[in-house]
Design a protein around this ligand. Structure first.
Ligand SMILES: NC(=O)c1ccc[n+]([C@@H]2O[C@H](COP(=O)([O-])OP(=O)(O)OC[C@H]3O[C@@H](n4cnc5c(N)ncnc54)[C@H](O)[C@@H]3O)[C@@H](O)[C@H]2O)c1
Length: 323
């Protein structure tokens, strides 16, 4: 079996995908630039877990440096390439849009070029529910028009889908874009609400609920995401039609309001939240809810972890990790 490349392996989702792959007998080469968008010690701690397994190797590398990316990956000759490295975060894309262009546009083009030249059999890459954008109709289904991104982050993710389509069409490179819906769980990103809220609630601080807590989110547990990614790796799109390319939602399919999320987190942590209801943030979507019919058709799997189970695991991990 050839090693599988996972970019963003030190990141939240990359960690879970790498872990699941190595535990099921695959060899994984993880790539990440270990940037300091959030505390890199969390990335190092995730890597330390992965390094306990002999089937994991790590290369510190920026995907925006094509020459080095190509020379490092050439010797590996991967047949599967899972690209999860990106500048994530809707809100930060207002502050620093250029870093999104470098990592998500230049970096993505480099990954396409590497996969094309190395004749990779399947490139699976992360897109986002944020591509559904302004005026989206629920449930969010892959065939909907997605040409009104509400943030520059979402615009780069939609651009990735179009870039991938062009490479699939031009060079026959099989590509699958996965639109992840608000991922949460242990080892989660400190810039996202589940970890931000957990930290503030345990410290007795007030949490701000944008949109007065009314926005609806399809929170999806991290191991459900990794299960979907690993299954999708073998769901290679066929060359029939105009391009071997597909886009697939990966979401829980049972959304809740942010207020309901906070109530469930209170139960998991055993503390009461002090909340301040504030207005909507620009760039955020009002509501997300994934239609997961296509994911189920392709893989036989649908995310199924309940919010109670997921938050109880998050709470235990948080207390242990930050004790
Ligand atoms: N977490 C979510 O809820 C969510 C939802 C939708 C989509 N996504 C997408 O899933 C992917 C993974 O997200 P995550 O939540 O694990 O984020 P993350 O920030 O934890 O992981 C991304 C990793 O990529 C690395 N990285 C960033 N730029 C890089 C570059 N130029 N070269 C090499 N490495 C680089 C970072 O160091 C980080 O470790 C991203 O593409 C993100 O946009 C995440």
């Amino acid at each position: 079996m050839k090693p599988i490349i996972v970019t963003g392996a030190a990141g939240f989702i990359g960690f879970y995908v790498s872990k699941q792959l190595i535990e099921s007998g695959h060899e994984v080469v993880g790539i990440d630039n270990l940037n300091d968008y959030y505390d890199p010690s969390l990335k190092e701690a995730r890597l330390a877990q992965l390094h306990t397994h002999p089937n994991f190797r790590f290369l510190k590398q920026d995907v925006s440096d094509y020459d080095r990316l190509f020379s490092l990956t050439k010797s590996i000759k991967p047949t599967r390439f899972i690209h999860l490295a990106a500048q994530a975060g809707v809100r930060y894309s207002k502050e620093n849009p250029r870093v999104y262009a470098t990592s998500n546009l230049d970096g993505f083009l480099n990954v396409l070029e590497v996969c094309r030249h190395l004749e990779v059999e399947h490139l699976v890459y992360s897109s986002s529910s944020s591509v559904y954008g302004v005026d989206a109709q629920l449930p969010l289904v892959e065939s909907a028009a997605v040409d009104k991104p509400a943030s520059f982050y979402a615009a780069t993710k939609r651009a990735n889908e179009l870039m991938a389509f062009s490479y699939s069409h031009l060079y026959g490179l099989p590509t699958s874009g996965l639109r992840f819906f608000t991922v949460y769980g242990p080892w989660g990103r400190p810039d996202m609400a589940p970890i931000l809220f957990t930290k503030a609630m345990l410290a007795g601080e007030t949490i701000k609920l944008f949109g007065e807590g009314r926005p609806i989110r399809d929170f999806t547990f991290a191991t459900d995401i990794s299960e979907a990614v690993v299954r999708m790796m073998e769901a290679i799109p066929s060359s029939g039609g105009s391009a071997p390319h597909q886009i697939v939602n990966v979401g829980n399919g049972s959304p809740i309001t942010v207020v309901e999320f906070v109530r469930a987190l209170e139960n998991a942590l055993g503390v009461k939240a002090n909340v301040e209801l504030v207005g909507m943030q620009s760039g955020d979507m009002e509501a997300t809810l994934a239609d997961t019919t296509l994911l189920h058709t392709l893989t036989g799997f649908r995310p199924n972890t309940s919010i109670e189970t997921g938050l109880s695991r998050l709470a235990s991990w948080y207390r242990e990790y930050f004790k």
